[in-house]
Ligand binder design. Structure first.
Ligand SMILES: *Cc1c(COP(=O)(O)O)cnc(C)c1O
Length: 391
């Protein structure tokens, strides 16, 4: 496997065949595993081997196939699959933090990530400093000797700021802090986060990994020591496990992810360009556009602008008129799906935030997030133009 590219790994890595030699991965829809003898049970509880399982909350052959495949894709030594992306984010942070620890995080975060850092970790005595993730001086000022971890989304939701993984990692590693990156918007296809300095990468597998809106899932990737000795004890005892059925859905998702994500990103690039030249929008935000503030970084770090773009219709009224006129693109809140989806963050995903915080994050009343799917780009553009005409 060492010389396989990501595309080949996504199809074959981690496959475990049963005695029946099935082509498609088997779903081991079992919660437990039997032992030949009491002695074997004792030995397995003492130390389970590669192909030995005890209980599905600890591990399961279908889930292990998914973990091995995504680890191979990401270039990680190991992975632990979780029931949702949030279980992965919470697990990666809670497994390492204790009262009195200090964390530095980017301010522009997915709503639930912000809730964990702002409301939950602080309740357990963890100190969290928030910074503008694109401003390296703020990271430099906030990271101090003893800082335990830094956390950020490599591309932020929904304002699509790109954070310099290599530069932040250098500052964090100078004080021995662990770099945890929520890499959803970069996708495993465009990610090279571990090589760029991340210690731990987390994904919501709900997004591009499934890519077809079927199942919730998540994954934590890192060194074998981190995954098995630090993350796993926390995750297996607190019940974050991914279900075997979900793991099977995710395995099938990985097989087509590269094709889907590249097509979606190419379409996003085409739409962003067309919407800029259309001229009716106050703003078009897409890391693949030359005028994006971190365009050069996005190209160096990911080689593409991703599958999501954000547009500013100017006001909430205009944004709502645009959304309500769409016939192909659906109003929902998933992203990375085969179906194109629009979201109005200010009134949905980020509704909870006070007005000043929304303003500070650039979540304006007219902001609309567009997750680009697999439809024909010409049909999508016609649909968006229908929305623009209704504004
Ligand atoms: C969706 C998302 C999550 C949460 O994932 P779930 O699977 O919904 O729990 C976390 N971070 C980012 C950036 C996301 O987009």
């Amino acid at each position: 496997m060492a010389d396989w590219t990501k595309r080949t790994r996504a199809v074959h890595a981690g496959t475990r065949r049963s005695q029946y030699g099935e082509v498609s991965e088997a779903i081991f829809l079992t919660q437990g595993f039997v032992y030949d003898s009491a002695e074997q049970a004792e030995a397995r509880f003492l130390k389970a081997g590669e192909d030995e399982f005890i209980y599905a909350r600890y591990g399961n052959p279908t889930v292990r196939m998914f973990e091995d495949r995504i680890a191979a894709l990401e270039g990680a030594e190991d992975a632990f699959a979780t029931a949702s992306g949030m279980a992965a984010v919470n697990g990666a942070l809670s497994a390492i933090l204790k009262a009195g620890d200090h964390v530095v995080a980017a301010r522009a975060l997915f709503g639930s990530c912000l809730y964990i850092l702002e409301e939950i970790l602080t309740r357990f005595g963890v100190e969290v400093t928030f910074v503008d993730g694109t401003d390296l001086d703020q990271w430099r000022d906030a990271i101090r000797p003893g800082t335990k971890a830094v956390f950020f989304e490599s591309v932020s939701n929904p304002t699509l700021e790109v954070i310099d993984i290599r530069a932040v990692a250098e500052l964090a590693h100078a004080v021995g802090a662990l770099v945890i990156v929520d890499n959803v918007f970069a996708t495993p296809v465009f990610s090279d986060a571990l090589a760029q300095g991340a210690d731990v990468v987390v994904y919501s597998a709900t997004k591009h990994i499934d890519g077809q809106g079927r199942a919730l899932g998540g994954v934590i990737l890192g060194t074998r020591d981190f995954v098995r000795k630090v993350a796993e004890p926390y995750l297996k005892h607190t019940g974050a496990a991914m279900s075997p059925f979900t793991a099977w859905v995710m395995l099938k998702g990985l097989e087509t992810m590269e094709l889907r994500v590249r097509a979606q990103a190419a379409c996003a690039q085409e739409l962003a360009k067309a919407l800029v030249s259309d001229g009716r929008l106050a703003r078009v935000i897409y890391p693949g556009l030359p005028d994006h503030p971190q365009h050069a970084l996005a190209m160096a770090q990911m080689g593409a602008g991703g599958t999501v773009l954000s547009i500013d219709a100017g006001s909430q009224e205009a944004a709502f008129s645009l959304l309500n006129a769409l016939e192909i693109i659906t109003i929902s809140n998933n992203l990375g799906d085969a179906k194109s989806i629009v979201t109005h963050p200010a009134t949905t995903t980020h509704q909870r935030l006070p007005a000043e915080q929304k303003a500070a994050l650039g979540i304006t009343p007219g902001l609309v997030r567009l997750s680009v799917g697999l439809e024909d780009p010409a049909d999508l553009l016609a649909d968006i133009r229908r929305g623009l005409a209704a504004m």
